[in-house]
Write a protein that binds this ligand. Structure first.
Ligand SMILES: Cc1ncc(C[n+]2csc(CCOP(=O)(O)OP(=O)(O)O)c2C)c(N)n1
Length: 353
């Protein structure tokens, strides 16, 4: 199976074409802006001592989680990692709930439990993350296997850094996905560093080539181009839904902040930041949409206003009451599994028949 570079193209999925409308493109920009603004707010709150622990953001990587999660339908499922806030937002988690989560407030996604990384709203199709890398790749295989066994045309998608591909669990996940042709989409975010370890100390072959040895396609895309990510993910989802098995999509990008808020990233050469700053995914997309006559300023202003409102809401949330510490810790009822959220016009049309 060839390793290819994805080119934007119309994709067929269930008889419908994956073509971004102007409304979709405005939404892609809006979600990237919301992701960045939410993370900037969270970092500021961390520095004010309101976010305990550390804080892990995905600055510079917004096009990846936004472009790929945007493809998914309401009944698809996600395993979202620490640099993929855009995917939570696309599934329908409000920025205020994310900020409340970071601060351990009752209004947070898990009601003030689980710290600032390990959250997911199952009603919106997001499985809460665990830190052991890359165990969510195995959980993704489990979700995909259940869809396959029930013959449901659904997709499980997950994200991880290139550092995760060195761990044995990752290889087990890729192997089972390949052998069973699972309807899974693996999004590899190659942001050049696994904490302080640069790519050249991480692997001897390009990680996308590893898909081929497990018997399924690997695709490399510009991870700072939101539409390139979208089209690669649309093609992968179509393949998964039609029984063609998994895809690994390697998105090339750069982590523009430290590993966490505590990391001054002095191990990264400054020139590298300069090169990647020129390729900022939001600046690039703003320019592209403005050239196409879209009112970018209006989208920027409304995202700014939304984040102000959401921050105020998050700050007004109380801390959880003591007895709440025990709720939701042990299973006492069936999990609430909702049909999620999907903003892409493809799904809106499907819902309207
Ligand atoms: C099994 C395991 N070992 C170590 C860690 C600690 N750890 C958390 S993130 C990280 C670096 C991960 O690098 P990468 O997968 O490239 O993702 P990135 O953080 O660069 O997005 C490490 C070593 C962990 N979470 N799990």
């Amino acid at each position: 199976m060839a390793t290819t570079t994805a080119k934007p193209a119309a994709i067929e999925d269930g008889g419908r074409r994956a073509v971004l409308t102007q409304e979709d493109r405005r939404a892609l920009l809006r979600y990237m802006l919301l992701m960045r603004a939410t993370e900037e707010r969270a970092l500021a709150l961390y520095r004010q001592g309101k976010v305990p622990g550390s804080y892990y953001d995905g600055r510079g990587q917004e096009a990846i989680s936004v472009g790929s999660a945007f493809v998914l339908g309401p009944r698809d499922r996600t395993c979202i990692l620490h640099r993929d806030l855009g995917a939570h937002l696309i599934r329908g988690v409000r920025p205020g709930r994310v900020l409340a989560q970071m601060m351990g407030r009752a209004g947070g996604v898990t009601g003030g439990k689980d710290g600032n990384m390990h959250f997911g709203d199952t009603e919106l199709g997001c499985v809460g993350m665990v830190s052991m890398l890359p165990d969510m790749a195995l959980v993704t295989c489990g979700l995909a296997l259940s869809f396959q066994m029930r013959k449901e045309p659904r997709v499980a998608m997950t994200w991880f850094g290139e550092g995760s591909t060195a761990n044995g669990q990752w290889h087990e996940a890729m192997n089972v996905a390949g052998v069973r042709k699972l309807p899974a989409v693996f999004i590899l975010e190659n942001n050049q560093f696994a904490y302080s370890t640069p790519n050249e100390r991480e692997f001897a072959v390009d990680p996308v080539k590893r898909a081929e040895v497990y018997g399924f396609p690997g695709v490399k895309v510009d991870g700072n181009d939101v539409e390139a990510v979208f089209y690669a993910a649309a093609e992968a989802c179509e393949r998964a839904r039609s029984g063609g098995g998994p895809t690994l999509i390697e998105c090339e990008t750069m982590r523009m902040h430290g590993h966490g808020a505590h990391d001054d990233m002095r191990y990264v050469p400054k020139e590298l930041f300069d090169v990647w700053a020129e390729r900022d995914p939001i600046d690039r997309y703003e320019r592209k949409l403005a050239d196409d006559g879209i009112d970018v300023e209006q989208i920027t202003a409304s995202a700014k206003e939304e984040i102000e409102r959401e921050t105020e809401w998050a700050l007004s949330q109380p801390m959880p009451e003591g007895p709440e510490a025990l709720s939701g810790v042990f299973a006492t009822s069936e999990p609430r599994l909702g049909d999620g959220n999907a903003p892409w016009s493809f799904w809106k049309e499907a819902a309207n028949g």
